[in-house]
Design a protein around this ligand. Structure first.
Ligand code: COA
Length: 424
């Protein structure tokens, strides 16, 4: 428990579900999230499923005296996130909501700073969230780090360049996908900096739709297909649902909710399957990577329409040496970064030395800095998804030695475009 703004306190709850029912604190907390996100009222079964899905996670509420229901909420949990050449521990933050009558009194600030302070004390190097709004989180040191792009495939026109299907496809009840899909997702995420580890509590409900984003109503319309190679080893899976239309007319649209693949073959064969579904004319994917290979698989790339790109991950560096040494760098250099961070966590002047390619070194230094930047910009360049030269052109990163932004761009370049395909 810690004091919040006057008359409020921030409390941490441990979610419990006993004999099929969520405890009173979990119920009031979950209902508060629902209300903040304009969600429908949940019945006891929904609340129990939500409570069970929150097991092992940290629920925070801001409480007023004499009101058992929180006026602000936040949920966080520990995940591993892929970074170039490795992975890093992340405080994943979600379910930030403030009662509509209590906004703009500093309650978001109170609950988020409490969570970040605890994560930093626990030695978690980075925090991450996905946001409903674009102008909220920079003031807390978060910087935009990954984007997704929607795409849409016209299945009536799609012809694959490579005509022969390979491997084996299996339809599965999405509720039973976990054991086969978890190792696939784990291998797949290592190919994309920014991809999160699918811990049981966080990814299973997301995948099955039993508990949706922020505890929204269950989505029971999900289907799953698993692809295995010739030896029977699972190499990829897709989860999808009908997004529009009436299948019997043959004009339905399928929305991909999650597609994880470990090889070019598994990617091609799952797309070939989606493109061949009866009763469907369109397959869309809202949160694809910005560099999907799909158009390159087809005889006519125009059968894929790329949509607008949307921001996905906002990152916040809580521990500069731990975050920067968790990843690898493609070139040898020594760059001194002066980081301004009113939140304190990343503040300082840091020398990043990559002369040992397997063991980069980061230390506080009194040396003159090569670049000056704020905490959000440090978070933005961290995965390699944002070019420091662009930030310099926008006046958000200052070159203190000539050419330093270019050196930083080469140093932080990622082997593949950062991507995290699931909002949380
Ligand atoms: C967005 C929301 C969490 C803000 O909560 P809040 O308690 O009103 O925020 P605070 O009073 O703590 O404000 C903190 C800072 O954010 C700013 N801020 C708050 N809401 C903002 C908004 N919608 N857009 C831009 N800035 C905003 C405040 O001006 C304040 O800035 P300052 O500290 O630099 O002066 C709340 O309005 C809400 O629950 N909305 C619906 C659910 C939602 O969208 N949640 C966010 C999920 S990512």
């Amino acid at each position: 428990m810690s004091p919040g703004p006057r008359g409020h306190e921030v409390r941490r709850l441990v979610p419990h579900v006993v004999e099929g029912a969520a405890d009173a604190d979990t119920v009031t907390w979950t209902r508060a999230v629902q209300a903040a996100f304009l969600g429908p009222r949940m019945d006891p079964g929904d609340l129990a499923r939500a409570g069970a899905a929150f097991a092992g996670q940290r629920l925070r509420g801001v409480y007023e005296t004499a009101d058992p229901a929180p006026v602000a909420t936040l949920r966080s949990w520990d995940v591993r996130m892929a970074v170039p050449g490795g992975e890093v521990g992340v405080d994943a933050v979600s379910s930030i909501g403030v009662r509509s009558t209590h906004r703009r009194r500093g309650l978001l600030r109170a609950v988020l700073t409490d969570d970040l302070a605890e994560a930093a004390r626990d030695g978690t190097p980075v925090a991450a969230l996905t946001s409903t709004q674009g102008a909220l989180y920079e003031r807390f040191g978060f910087g935009l780090a990954t984007w997704t792009r929607s795409l849409s495939l016209d299945t009536r026109l799609a012809t694959f360049r490579d005509p022969a299907p390979t491997g084996r496809l299996r339809t599965l009840d999405v509720a039973t996908l976990g054991p086969a899909a978890a190792p696939v997702a784990d291998r797949a995420r290592r190919r994309h900096p920014g991809s999160m580890d699918r811990t049981e509590g966080s990814w299973s409900p997301l995948l099955t739709g039993e508990v949706g984003f922020a505890g929204m109503v269950p989505d029971r319309g999900r289907h799953a297909v698993l692809w295995s190679d010739a030896t029977g080893r699972p190499g990829g899976y897709v989860v999808y649902r009908v997004a529009r239309g009436w299948g019997q007319t043959g004009t339905a649209e399928i929305a991909v909710l999650d597609l994880q693949t470990t090889t070019p073959e598994s990617y091609r064969e799952l797309w070939r399957h989606l493109a061949s579904l009866d009763l469907v004319d369109t397959v869309s994917w809202a949160d694809a990577s910005v560099d999907e290979p799909l158009p390159w698989l087809l005889a006519d790339p125009r059968t894929v329409t790329a949509g607008t790109s949307r921001e996905m991950l906002w990152l916040r560096v809580l521990d500069v040496p731990a975050a920067l040494t968790a990843r690898r760098y493609p070139v040898t250099d020594r760059v001194v970064l002066r980081v301004h961070d009113p939140g304190g966590f990343a503040h300082g002047t840091w020398a990043l030395d990559t002369s040992d390619p397997v063991s980069p070194a980061v230390a506080a230094t009194r040396d003159d800095a090569d670049v000056a930047l704020d905490a959000p910009e440090l978070a933005s360049v961290y995965l390699g998804g944002v070019d420091p030269r662009v930030l310099a052109r926008a006046g958000r990163l200052e070159e203190l030695t000539p050419g330093a932004a270019g050196r930083l761009a080469r140093l932080f370049a990622a082997p593949s475009v950062p991507w995290n395909g699931i909002r949380f």
